[in-house]
Design a protein around this ligand. Structure first.
Ligand code: PLP
Length: 391
């Protein structure tokens, strides 16, 4: 990269052919060439340098999306970054690139629920079998590998229950058996962890979350190493998945402050965690308690922690949990996270498909909190008032 991550984020995308600080929004379907020979020249150059900016038609993007892809490729320290209209589109593309009918996929049990539905239900009709493994017991991963296993799909930490896995161990198991690996790295982003550098073949980040950071745009990125590049390139070409230039512009604008925002999300979250961890009924699902397994695994791989955490609340009174969440004034109630603002969500794991290992006891409830950039003192006061409702 040459510069530090922080400096690079402020410098990236400057293009002196265009004199504005940020790459402009270039919208196009048709790309004009001077002649038949110019198109041929572009295509020939691309076959020689396949990761370099290529457009002969708008579906390959424009200079705006190419600028974002280049920035992300530097952040990820990957071979290439593909852009999709949503984070989930990147997950779909990753799987579609390497998995075929008759294959099997191993997926971490507490995976993002649409990923579970895609693998466990939708792929079944295409004769692709999914087996879920326990993130806390990798023998369930090892013992379920067969000759048909094509892909190990990891999400770290687990959605809603926040388990941290031994990532290098997973990679080494996969490499021995020549199985592809992919990781959903939306929680940490490459600011805290670089999956491709660690040895994953593919790394997904929902740009909807921290990259854009302002809750007003959707996007996804799929970083790849050289080994899988050609498979993903082929699948991308026929999938029609393409990020729009206006969205790419907003994500570039957001990413300038990725480091600053994440540093502050982390600082604020640590304050909230230390406040919440005093409540007896609450188990805080966030890597903060030294000596625990999750903390060790987080410490081993991550440079920091973001603003998303879970509260496991023990209560026989389910409606008191809803009352707690509903009475919060500074936390918006809604899906998604990673914007500048705080959010709360009462997550019912039962509604997320059938988990096999990472299940809750009958009287345990999960409330997911995203800690935003507000003054943490105000957030703590808000939580203090609302926690009284929990019975
Ligand atoms: C939100 C999210 C996604 C999907 O991203 P979208 O941009 O909403 O499609 C995937 N994985 C994780 C972990 C997420 O939180």
């Amino acid at each position: 990269m040459g510069y530090s991550f922080k400096t690079f984020l402020k410098q990236a995308g400057k293009d002196f052919y265009n004199q504005s600080v940020n790459p402009p929004v270039v919208r196009a379907s048709t790309i004009l060439f001077k002649s038949f020979y110019d198109i041929k020249k572009m295509q020939k150059k691309h076959s020689k340098y396949p990761t370099e900016g290529y457009f002969d038609y708008g579906r390959q993007g424009t200079s705006t999306t190419h600028a974002l892809s280049k920035i992300l490729n530097k952040l990820e320290e990957s071979y290439h970054v593909f852009l999709t209209p949503t984070g989930f589109g990147s997950i779909f593309l990753a799987m579609l690139s390497v998995v075929r009918p008759g294959d099997e996929i191993l997926v971490s049990d507490p995976v993002y629920s649409p990923t579970r539905i895609l693998t466990q239900d939708f792929f079944k009709d295409f004769n692709i079998k999914t087996i879920f493994y326990n993130p806390k017991d990798l023998s369930t991963l090892k013992n379920n590998i067969t000759k048909k296993t094509k892909l190990i799909f990891v999400e770290n930490p687990g959605s809603n229950t926040f388990e941290f896995q031994d990532l290098s161990k997973i990679i080494s198991i996969a490499k021995k058996k020549k199985i592809f690996t992919a990781m959903d790295n939306t929680w940490g982003t490459p600011y805290f962890l670089k999956p491709i550098k660690l040895g994953f073949d593919m790394a997904i980040v929902s740009a909807t979350k921290y990259y854009s950071g302002h809750s007003d745009v959707m996007g996804g990125s799929l970083a790849v190493n050289k080994k899988v590049f050609k498979y993903v390139q082929k699948a991308e070409k026929i999938s029609g998945l393409r990020m729009g230039p206006d969205d790419a512009y907003l994500i570039i604008r957001g990413i300038r402050t990725l480091d600053t925002r994440l540093d502050r999300h982390e600082e604020n979250t640590k304050k909230i965690v230390s406040f919440l961890s005093k409540y007896k009924k609450i188990t805080v699902l966030y890597p903060f308690k030294k000596g625990t397994d999750d903390y060790k695994m987080w410490k081993k791989y991550y440079k920091g922690s973001s603003g998303l955490m879970g509260l496991k609340i023990k209560s026989k009174n389910k409606s008191s949990i809803s009352k707690f969440v509903n009475s919060l004034k500074l936390f918006g109630y809604g899906y998604s996270w990673g914007g500048f603002e705080s959010l709360a969500l009462h997550q019912e794991l039962k509604a997320q498909g059938k988990r096999k290992y990472t299940i809750l006891n009958k009287n345990d409830h999960i409330v997911r909190l995203h800690i935003g950039l507000e003054d943490p003192k105000d957030l703590i006061n808000d939580l203090k008032k609302s926690l009284k409702f929990i019975k």
